[in-house]
Design a protein around this ligand. Structure first.
Ligand code: GRF
Length: 217
């Protein structure tokens, strides 16, 4: 570890395998972060158990308990801000976020998306890559902006699509890469090598014209 750990909050909706990779790497001192809380919009998901097992506050803010999106996001924001995070990490968080919320975390909220953005924003990315006979697929880390899966991409990994791939087999290979990818981008942010300015990614003081490409592991 090279410097103080930055406080982060992780938002999830389910399984939390990316969360687990982030927890493991922070516990092994591979990530200079302090995970202050994990918040899920769905109760009783595996990701919350993973947080609890690591001794991290595991909180549910169930979106179905609010009258509208604004009320849900207000509660979510109040909860997150108690922890004063320098970075908010969306790790399989499956709610679309409104402009006020997104702007509040401008330049300090990252998302992982299972495609080579700008290809395939939204859902069913693996099946869409197969249906389009893509020879490669992958995952992207991007800053969150008001455009769904449209914020500037920081880092991508490419995964070949095999002839006999199903959405499930392809998703599994991409997911394995996601875990490394997200930790890499988070560490860059923690080391202050990464920021967003005028909707562009700044990496090591220079504007990135293209996302960085990670070596597949
Ligand atoms: C991942 O594929 C991620 O890219 C997408 O949602 C999935 C979350 O998986 N945004 P997990 O909950 O981290 O296991």
């Amino acid at each position: 570890m090279q410097q103080d750990k930055i406080p982060v909050v992780v938002l999830i909706s389910g399984r939390g395998s990316n969360l687990q990779a982030i927890i493991d790497n922070s516990q092994n001192d591979q990530l200079d972060i302090d995970i202050k809380a994990v918040i899920s919009n769905r109760p009783d998901v595996v990701g919350l158990e993973r947080a609890r097992a690591a001794g991290i506050p595991a909180i549910t803010i169930d979106h179905t308990m609010f009258c509208d999106r604004t009320a849900f996001e207000q509660a979510l924001r109040e909860c997150i801000d108690q922890y004063q995070p320098q970075l908010v990490i969306l790790a399989g968080f499956m709610r679309i976020l409104g402009a006020d919320f997104v702007n509040h975390y401008h330049g300090r909220m990252l998302n992982i998306h299972p495609s080579l953005l700008p290809k395939y924003p939204g859902l069913n990315t693996h099946q869409r890559a197969i249906d389009n006979h893509d020879s490669e697929h992958g995952a992207s880390i991007h800053f969150v902006t008001t455009e769904l899966d449209g914020g500037p991409a920081v880092l991508q990994v490419r995964v070949p699509v095999l002839d006999n791939d199903t959405a499930e087999t392809l998703a599994a290979r991409v997911l394995e890469q996601e875990h490394h990818l997200y930790c890499q981008a988070i560490q860059w942010f923690a080391e202050q090598r990464l920021s967003m300015k005028d909707s562009k990614v700044i990496f090591d003081q220079k504007e990135l014209q293209q996302p960085r490409i990670a070596r597949s592991q």
